[in-house]
Design a protein around this ligand. Structure first.
Ligand code: CMC
Length: 380
């Protein structure tokens, strides 16, 4: 029998959703009806998390209550910090943070309760505690003291504070908010799909989110931002960019990280915003090298892809690399920062999935042998 196979599940719709809409031909991303271009500049991350979860922007009192609840959950259990301390200092940060998230389940007596109220409680806790886990692992590995969260600060400001040990400026907080908003949600991307597929067996939220973290780590997904920075560091000058791109593209299956997307056939709207942010930071800081190298890489890729008749444009991970660099983050922490934002989207998907669950159980077309007869090991 002939079955149509959709490799990489390309073009497959597995459910309906009201969370986000991506128009890949017009470069448009919408969260619950609102264009990302407005949200990224005018909203705070907390407002966007509320919007993603409750399908409307919060009124003042609702936002205050939501924010206060998140802030009351900032502190992570001592036991999780102990787990992080036990890990070798050179552990890949995504292994470490995934382990920390997984460990949170052991300190939650209601980890397996799938009542919607409890799922929401865990969602708020995870959004509140991802930043603390990322910052704690970073500071442990650097041999620095862990900074206790500050409940007077927003998620963006508190994250920068716990990471760097200094209260951030308003400008840095605004950039962080923008980056978190732009990374918060993106439809049925690999990690969101894994999150929903894992939950579909009616396992718990921590397990589903741990699986999502595992998926995000890969360089074709969230790991791309770290790979972009690694490439920029290796190239190290604007003059070296063209050679690097040509060499990479000449290799069999060669990919320039931070370019291309399954859905966007034009420029990713998140990349447009992050490019502007990167430009502004470069001008303000006087450290324009990373932005200039990125612009040059985009130029060379455009030329080369034009020759091949392909539309391979920068995606969200491309300009976020130079933005994070100018905010002072080391390259291997970029994917964890992506996770600090994306936990909000994963939770929005989990609310939908648990509310209307069906076990995800697709099929494979078997092409192996049949009819073989078992022989004892002595006869093989
Ligand atoms: N560099 C060079 N060529 C590329 C690239 C790239 N970055 N991306 C796609 N192509 C080419 C690819 O070689 C293929 O050519 P051909 O048809 O001649 O074999 C064609 O474009 C289609 O590529 P594909 O891999 O079939 O497309 P896909 O939809 O399966 O892959 C992708 C999408 C994101 C995995 C891919 O574009 C890629 O590997 N990009 C680099 C990694 C990256 O930046 N990932 C972040 C994605 S966006 C944020 C996120 O999800 O985290």
């Amino acid at each position: 029998m002939d079955f149509e196979i959709f490799y990489g599940l390309n073009g497959v719709h597995f459910d309906k959703s009201k969370i986000a809409s991506i128009d890949g031909l017009n470069g448009e991303l919408i969260y619950r009806g609102y264009d990302i271009r407005e949200l990224a500049i005018d909203a705070t991350f907390e407002e966007v998390v509320y919007l993603l979860w409750y399908a409307e922007l919060p009124k003042k009192a609702e936002l205050e209550k939501f924010t206060a609840d998140l802030r009351s959950r900032y502190k992570i259990p001592e036991g999780v910090i102990k787990v992080l301390r036990e890990l070798p200092k050179d552990t890949h940060p995504m292994h470490a943070i995934r382990t920390g998230i997984s460990a949170l389940a052991s300190f939650d007596k209601q980890a397996d309760d799938l009542e919607m109220d409890n799922i929401h409680r865990i969602g708020s806790k995870l959004v509140a505690q991802f930043p603390a886990i990322v910052a704690a692992f970073y500071r442990i590995r650097e041999g620095k003291e862990i900074i206790e969260p500050d409940e007077t600060l927003s998620i963006a400001a508190n994250f920068l504070y716990m990471f760097n040990g200094e209260k951030p400026s308003q400008a840095a907080t605004h950039v962080m908010d923008t980056a978190l908003i732009l990374h918060a949600e993106h439809g049925s991307n690999a990690s969101a799909f894994v999150c929903r597929a894992t939950a579909s067996s009616l396992t718990d939220v921590y397990s589903a989110v741990t699986a999502a973290m595992a998926s995000l780590k890969g360089k074709l997904h969230g790991g791309a931002n770290t790979a972009v920075m690694k490439a920029l560091e290796e190239i190290s000058s604007v003059a070296g960019v063209e050679d690097y791109v040509l060499k990479t593209l000449s290799m069999p299956g060669g990919r320039v990280m931070g370019f291309g997307h399954r859905v966007y056939k034009v420029l990713d709207p998140r990349a447009v915003i992050l490019k502007k942010v990167s430009h502004n930071l470069a001008e303000e800081s006087g450290d324009s090298k990373w932005f200039e190298m990125s612009v040059e890489m985009e130029r060379v890729m455009d030329l080369e892809m034009d020759k091949k008749g392909k539309q391979i444009k920068p995606n969200v991970d491309f300009y976020s690399a130079s933005v994070y660099r100018m905010l002072g983050f080391p390259g291997d922490m970029y994917t964890p920062i992506f996770a600090v934002a994306r936990i909000s989207g994963w939770m929005a998907h989990l609310y939908e999935q648990y509310a209307n669950n069906r076990l995800m159980r697709p099929r494979l077309v078997y092409e192996g042998q049949r009819g073989l007869k078992f022989k004892a090991v002595s006869e093989r």
